[in-house]
Design a binder for this molecule. Sequence first.
Ligand SMILES: Nc1ncnc2c1ncn2[C@@H]1O[C@H](COP(=O)(O)OP(=O)(O)OP(=O)(O)O)[C@@H](O)[C@H]1O
Ligand SMILES: [Mg+2]
Length: 262
Amino acid sequence: MKRVVFNQKGGVGKTSITCNLAAISAARGYRTLVVDLDVQGNTTHYLVGEIDAEAFPAEAQGVAALFKQTVGSRKMRQNPDSFVWETPWENLFLLPSSPVLNQLEKELESRYKIYKLRDALNKLDSEYDRIYIDTPPNFNFYSKSALIAADTVLVPFDCDSFARQSLYSLMDNIAELQEDHNPELEVEGIVINQFNSQARLPGELVTELEEEGYLICGTYLSTSVKMKESHRDHRPLIDLAPGHKLTGQFVDLYEELEAGRG
Ligand SMILES: Nc1ncnc2c1ncn2[C@@H]1O[C@H](COP(=O)(O)OP(=O)(O)OP(=O)(O)O)[C@@H](O)[C@H]1O
Ligand SMILES: [Mg+2]
């Protein structure tokens, strides 16, 4: 099962949601892989901290190495699992990002490598119970590759009126990609993040989106400084603060999505 978390708007919670849902999945005993497709590498940093550039040269890292080997000799190709790293948590694995993703993008695009991630993740699908994919805040080669590779997509929304504007073009982009490349892709819903129940505007925005026919996940995530502490300490919330309100909301969201899988 491959789930991508995508919104082309920056800072809406893609990385926080990907990593925390994946960590809950791993804690429940599922072998879980997180794929970091964002050159910013926030997911990689969140889950494994600073990377020793000498031990792991940029080109030899995770997702970049996986894409790189699709260009050139077929003989040298390694199993995608050889680019996967362990994390400090049982059952949680990472296909890390790399700073060379930017340089690689044009070449991959010009050589029509848009289906290569799908091929690689289809191979890994039997090794992992759940695959979560974090994406960059752009509708670029990597996020398109992810939407083509995934079974489902979750769209974080941070209750800001600019986010609403970009949501319309985002949903159009997803619909076009579904039609052209991945008709099986299921839009699981919009995840309301940083919801403030005390303020009037967020509730109004969500109601309007529902009236416009968008599918909204029933569990809303609130704002908490625990999220920033969790990033700073490189510990997902289920490990850092299992009893915290925001952790409980992530668990509820996780269960809602699992139940939806039928
Ligand atoms: N529920 C939350 N409560 C408090 N802070 C949050 C919450 N969700 C996200 N944040 C904060 O908002 C910022 C952006 O979050 P995050 O990195 O997850 O978003 P993103 O969509 O992945 O960003 P980018 O588009 O840059 O990849 C981070 O500083 C994070 O700590
Ligand atoms: Mg991110």
